[in-house]
Design a binder for this molecule. Structure first.
Ligand code: FAD
Length: 455
């Protein structure tokens, strides 16, 4: 049996980046992916008429050098997301267009929001990104939820609801479900909260021509089909023959077994619990994984023959703290003959929406879109709906989020190797955690860990 230097579990951006780094270092490797395609949480749906939509991750932000380096290396074009025009806030049964970053709220609500965000950014700056548990006041901040922290520091309902909207949109989870420390960590890992929430020059600055899976497909082609086995979910990892960094690890998939000196696991945290380990994973590591649930998102792509919102001076960007749809963006491909509104139903609303059948869900979403853009929004030539909440090898979206108290008790276990097993995946990244950039960063870091070991 071939003895690989490394087997990589998962062909999302983390696993692919790890594989690419090992290839460039002339190491032997094999990528094992459960599904019949690469890209993981990034999936581009391509239609026969030449149109495409991104069902998973899609945006690139200005300060994401690793993804841009890939785009350059594989000659994949990126383009500015369309943002010109007014945004819309639908709140308290009122639809209000507005310019710039300041939403149309009462002056006292704006002041409250301003000071809340200012305070948030100030604390976030103090987070130790590599070891968040070493941040000043870490235990206190990790023991209160973001909701408790926001309640302590704002006095208007509007500011609380705006913070809640931001949280559910970023994490797909309610702000009662994770700690203030995690929120500060995550924001700093992606520059700051304002960057995460912003389109132009923020985290939603650009889109990838041909869809976000394009770069993953090109990395796959670069690695070669022989090096990436699709439709081979890993079921078992056996390190019992040598519990040292030099031991041989046997990996069993649904089809066969393989052997390697090292393993990189690059899959969503809760998915690790579905793999059988011998010896079993240390209890603290299991416990951490059991407390990192994936978020809840439904994503809707409404495709139109024309961008009627632009004709009315609207950018296509909209938000609603108390509606079914939380945020909308104009995700139209550059120079295309069709336009796309990308709408997110997040957190509690997403979980509730799942109890409806598809026709009812689409009807509800089109009505909500009409509350932003009028009845014209009710007639897309195509409406695609997608969620990863029920996908067998992902289990939720966009990201796994540690429960309160996890960082300061079990945080050190997040990246700690387990004999020959090393950990990647966007959730393990200390920069842009939760984003494609974080996935790449984590894969490259895990590859460096392997390369630093004796061959
Ligand atoms: C709706 C949505 C919108 C998003 N928007 C953005 C955005 O605009 N910008 C951005 O940067 N990020 C965005 N993200 C987040 C981004 O997509 C992820 O952070 C990133 O793709 C995660 O990459 P990964 O490699 O860490 O994990 P994944 O992409 O989850 O890859 C893990 C892979 O492991 C495989 N796997 C699981 N179990 C096994 C097993 N037992 N054996 C073998 N293989 C297995 C899975 O099939 C999957 O292919 C979004 C995500 C979603 C879902």
């Amino acid at each position: 049996m071939t003895l690989y230097d490394c087997i990589i579990v998962g062909a999302g951006y983390a696993g692919l980046s790890a594989a690419k780094a090992l290839k460039e270092a002339n190491r032997t490797f094999l990528v094992l992916e459960a599904r019949d395609r690469v890209g993981g949480r990034v999936i581009t749906q391509r239609h026969d008429d030449g149109t495409y939509v991104d069902l998973g991750g899609s945006y690139l932000g200005k300060e994401q050098p690793r993804m841009y380096a890939f785009a350059k290396e594989f000659s994949v074009e990126t383009f500015d997301a369309s943002t010109a025009g007014k945004k819309i806030l639908v709140y308290r049964d009122k639809q209000t267009p507005y310019k710039g970053l300041v939403p149309p709220l009462a002056i006292w609500e704006l002041l409250d929001m301003h000071f809340l965000i200012k305070r948030f950014e100030k604390i976030a700056k103090t987070v130790n990104l590599d070891e968040p548990w070493k941040t000043d006041n870490a235990i206190y901040l990790d023991n209160i939820t973001l909701a408790e922290w926001a309640n302590q520091h704002c006095w208007t309902k509007a500011a609380r609801e705006m913070m809640s909207l931001a949280a559910e949109t970023i994490w797909g989870a309610r702000m009662t479900e994770f700690s203030a420390l995690h929120a500060f960590f995550y924001a700093k890992a992606g520059v700051d909260l304002t960057t995460l929430l912003t389109s132009k020059n923020g985290a939603q600055d650009q889109l990838i021509k041909g869809g976000a899976q394009t770069i993953a497909d090109k990395i796959h082609a670069h690695l070669g089909d022989d090096a990436v086995h699709l439709s081979e979910p890993v079921l078992k990892i056996d390190q019992s023959s040598g519990e040292t960094a030099d031991g041989v690890v046997t990996v069993t998939t649904a089809k066969t077994s393989y052997q390697a000196r090292h393993i990189i696991i690059a899959i969503p945290p809760p998915q690790v619990l579905r793999i059988s380990f011998n010896p079993s994973l240390p209890h603290p590591r299991r416990c951490l994984l059991q407390h990192m649930p994936m978020g809840s998102y439904w994503k809707y792509l409404a495709c139109y023959r024309n961008s009627f919102w632009r004709d009315s001076g609207l950018s296509g960007e909209a938000a609603s703290p108390d509606g079914l749809i939380s945020v909308v963006f104009d995700a139209s491909p550059k120079g295309s003959e069709y336009s796309v509104l990308m709408a997110f139903v997040v957190g509690e609303n997403a979980r509730a929406l799942s109890s409806q059948d598809s026709d009812k869900r689409k009807e509800m979403v089109l009505s909500a879109l009409a509350a932003f853009y009028g009845d014209e929004a009710k007639n897309p030539f195509r409406l695609v709906e997608h969620t990863m909440m029920d996908e067998e090898y992902i289990g939720g979206c966009p990201v796994g989020t540690p429960a309160p108290g996890m960082w300061t008790t079990l945080g050190p276990w997040l990246r700690k190797p387990f004999y020959g097993v090393h950990w990647a995946g966007t959730e393990t990244s200390s920069v842009w955690s939760g984003y494609m950039e974080g996935a790449v960063c984590s894969g490259q870091r895990a590859a460096r860990e392997i390369l630093s070991l004796k061959k």
